[in-house]
Write a protein of this length. Sequence first.
Length: 72
Amino acid sequence: MCSARHGEQEMNVNEGTVVLELLAAIGEDRAFLDAVDADDLDEVRRLMRRAGVPGHVAAQVVQAIVDGDELG
């Protein structure tokens, strides 16, 4: 299973899929991936907030980017 660790929590592939589905639902999946590629954490956070990604999952995504882990 692919995962990005954050302390004792773990983001699994299903959560990563949900994040992308929420972003796609508002038409921002491409913008999100571009922000991830650019390491633009402010934009990553803004897009996830706009898409309704739960805070604990958003924190795990940001930590995975900071740590250089692959997302789902």
